[in-house]
Design a binder for this molecule. Structure first.
Ligand SMILES: [Zn+2]
Length: 56
């Protein structure tokens, strides 16, 4: 089963979504997106926890 993440799931007004076969790869895509689209050099720990919970 592919894993999916949508930015709006963590309360961000953004329609971006990504999917991957595994969490690690998906988290890397999310980090890239957070950096390029939301100016997060690093995802803050609280947000990172939310992101992990929002993956389905
Ligand atoms: Zn986004």
């Amino acid at each position: 089963m592919a894993k999916n993440f949508t930015c709006s799931d963590v309360g961000v007004n953004c329609n971006w979504s990504a999917s991957s076969e595994n969490d690690e790869d998906l988290l890397n895509k999310i980090k890239e997106h957070a950096k390029s689209a939301h100016n997060f050099e690093e995802i803050p720990p609280e947000l990172y926890e939310k992101v992990k919970k929002a993956i389905k």
